[in-house]
Design a protein around this ligand. Structure first.
Ligand code: AVJ
Ligand code: FE
Length: 441
């Protein structure tokens, strides 16, 4: 039973989170003009105005209609904004709401949501218990905001977004960390806003492994390139090599060589590479090839999660590398506060007890694992969030990027994409098995 006082605390927290997500969506869609909002900047992305109205439509479906039991606002547009009915490449040709219509629609839906939130009790169905449906919708909007940020990165034209640079390195971080073998609790059954694929908590035996203390940097990745890594089939998996050839990959997405040095175009501005920054915009196959070249491998999802959550003093799994407290700007580079990953060593406060840095924020990290439900998985509240993606060629990413909001990121959070994708803010770190002489050291 939830006490009335804490119901009110939760209502206020939800209203604050909804507002924070909406101001971000507003920013991302007010810095470019109407034509830019309607245009498709890449065949694998939606027009920004589709993401915007889709966010409002999901909020209407789950909160206005389902939780609130209210009359539909715009039942006629449900199909247009159903991601499964409308392939991305077809979205620009749909009779989409124009930008002001979409904004008006979002405002109408939101006012109904705030009205039903006022006075709601969180002890009813599983959907509303602990505010889950609201948390799911907050995370959904923030996830689309990150997608819209990736669309901005793909957009050609003058810069529209700006932000202060990330903090400089405060400590020097390099090498690997040994993670002793032990039983470890993966996932969660108690985190109220955890999504279905993070559940239930279950214990696995994780043998000893080593993991990089920081994500792979531009400097390290350039050494792989300079050593002919992109032209040496030995480092690539079969499908990885096929893709590397067909797509003509020679460097991470958005990198440019000006004849003298490598740089990147970031949100419409060119800059020379910052060497100690984690490499970003690499696909799974590039990460896998780098790891092979380095004599290592990618971590499994479970290894990554153990590095991020395991407390060696108690054996307990925590929410974040630094403990259970929500991220602050001192812990991690999240939430589009900066428009780039921070150099390695910039977040000592966010390190794990074993000394693994920048697991949360900066870049999503590719792991070697495919997408499966945990033992005892139950789709909730709909199969299309996770279950329909199980068992395909997706690869899991962990930890969140500089473009991920703190509400959509935690030690248990699971993200996935196709192994060829690199428009997302994706990087990686390596892991390896212990050498015979190191075992049980
Ligand atoms: C979990 C990021 C892969 O963007 O496709 C958004 C999140 N699901 N709307 C995606 C999502 C439905 C999803 N990812
Ligand atoms: Fe969506």
């Amino acid at each position: 039973m939830t006490a009335p006082g804490s119901d009110q605390d939760l209502r206020l927290r939800i209203a604050g989170e909804l507002e924070r997500a909406r101001s971000r969506s507003t920013l991302l869609t007010e810095v470019v003009d109407e034509t830019e909002l309607m245009r498709q900047h890449s065949p694998i992305m939606s027009p920004l105005v589709w993401d915007l109205a889709h966010v409002g439509n999901q909020e209407e479906l789950w909160l206005v209609r389902d939780v609130g039991g209210r009359e539909p606002v715009r039942r006629d547009i449900d199909d247009l904004y159903d991601a499964f009915k409308q392939p991305r490449k077809d979205r620009p040709a749909l009779p989409l709401l124009r930008p002001d219509e979409a904004r008006g629609y979002l405002t109408t839906v939101r006012s109904k949501v705030l009205d039903l939130l006022d006075g709601i009790r969180f002890d009813g169905s599983r959907l509303v218990a602990e505010g889950f449906a609201f948390g799911m919708i907050v995370q959904h909007e923030q996830q689309h905001d990150e997608t819209m940020l990736a669309t901005h990165q793909l957009r050609v034209g003058p810069a529209a977004l700006s932000a202060p640079p990330p903090p400089a390195a405060a400590v020097s971080v390099s090498g690997e960390v040994r993670v002793p073998g032990s039983r470890f609790t993966v996932g969660t059954s108690t985190d109220p806003w955890a999504l279905d694929n993070e559940r239930p908590a279950h214990v696995v035996d994780v043998p000893e492994f080593f993991i990089d203390a920081a994500p792979v940097t531009n400097r390290e990745y350039l050494a792989f390139m300079a050593d002919g890594g992109y032209d040496d089939e030995r480092w690539w998996s079969g499908p990885g090599w096929d893709h590397r050839r067909e797509a003509g990959l020679t460097a991470p997405l958005h990198w440019r060589h000006d004849g003298v040095e490598w740089g990147y175009v970031r949100f419409g501005r060119y800059a020379p590479l910052i060497m100690e920054e984690p490499v970003v915009h690499v696909c799974f196959y590039e990460a896998e090839a780098y790891a092979a070249w380095a004599g290592k491998r990618l971590p499994t999802e479970v290894e990554w999660e153990k590095a991020a959550r395991w407390d060696p003093s108690t054996g307990r799994s925590r929410r974040y590398p630094w403990g259970d407290a929500d991220p602050t700007p001192e812990h991690a580079n999240l939430g589009q506060r900066h428009l780039a990953p921070a150099p390695v060593g910039a977040y000592p406060t966010g390190a794990s007890p074993l000394g693994v840095h920048q697991l949360i924020g900066d870049v999503w990290e590719w792991t070697s694992s495919g997408f499966e439900g945990y033992p005892g998985f139950v789709a909730f509240p709909y199969q299309e969030y996770s279950e329909v993606f199980f068992g395909n060629s997706y690869r899991m990413l962990r930890g969140g990027s500089f473009g991920t909001d703190r509400s959509a990121c935690r030690g248990t959070f699971r993200n996935w994409d196709l192994p060829i994708r690199r428009q997302i803010f994706s990087g990686f770190r390596c892991a390896r098995d212990p050498r015979p002489e190191e075992t049980g050291a």
